[in-house]
Design a protein around this ligand. Sequence first.
Ligand SMILES: Cc1cc2nc3c(=O)[nH]c(=O)nc-3n(C[C@H](O)[C@H](O)[C@H](O)COP(=O)(O)OP(=O)(O)OC[C@H]3O[C@@H](n4cnc5c(N)ncnc54)[C@H](O)[C@@H]3O)c2cc1C
Length: 264
Amino acid sequence: MNTIVCVKQVPDPEIPPAKFKIDPETKKVIPPAGVPPVISVYDERAVEAACRLKDKHKGKITVISMGSGKASDVIKHTISMGADEGFLLEDQAFENLDSFGTAYVLAKAIQKIGGYDLVLCGRQAADWGAGQVGSILAEILGIPVVTLACDIQAADKKFRVKRTVKDGFEVLEAPMPSLVTVSSEIGLPRLPGGVGLMLARKKQIPVWKAQDIGAEASQLDKANAHTEITGLSVPTRKTECEMVTGGTPGEAGVNLAEKISKLI
Ligand SMILES: Cc1cc2nc3c(=O)[nH]c(=O)nc-3n(C[C@H](O)[C@H](O)[C@H](O)COP(=O)(O)OP(=O)(O)OC[C@H]3O[C@@H](n4cnc5c(N)ncnc54)[C@H](O)[C@@H]3O)c2cc1C
């Protein structure tokens, strides 16, 4: 079973809200100083799903990430979990791509790697959360996609995917190769062991640029982007507190009920 997992580096969700800053002019998130990015939570679950399939069926796990040099640490984290190799897709031309551009770059890298039975993505990235890349990627690769997986089994050249839906779950069959996006219901990711950590530390992560994967300049041209960010702001939350009192506890209760009934 050869699996390719797409993982994204995202700002650490543990950053205190006061340190989360954006630049409204350039419409960009300002990375907080001294806090390294981490693997997107759903992508770590996708790596876990790949490791479970490898535990059962052997094979190879290849991880790809499009991002800055810091994404190497994210790839190394997946190697410490059980992935075999990883490639960093880093090029100035890859910066500020929308979901379509991101999927195009990932597709070119996947086509270069080749020989895969399964491509895994997270259900959505933990930062921008568009949840689009997986489906667009499958379309470009020309393979079926199953979203929101909470269990993936493989047998007889087919996948049996349990996916979460509003009122429970459904089970779908998909041929090999397919793309599956993984939801957190798949369960907790494994902790890296000592051997895994040592392997990851020694591993060199090759960097692929646009020309290495044969990405066409016209596809990376921001003028051809499908989406445009028209504004970016941190939502403001206003909370007000009013003490409702009364001569007795009973009176305070009546006053409170009157206040609430006026709000409904
Ligand atoms: C005009 C424009 C400018 C933007 N500029 C920036 C910017 O400067 N900085 C910035 O961080 N974002 C920027 N974005 C957002 C960026 O385009 C999104 O991160 C990207 O489109 C992917 O969408 P998403 O993160 O919501 O991924 P989703 O569609 O939610 O991701 C689903 C899954 O796809 C895979 N995936 C997604 N991205 C990657 C990746 N890079 N590498 C490997 N796998 C991946 C993962 O498996 C992930 O779980 C910009 C968007 C637009 C439209």
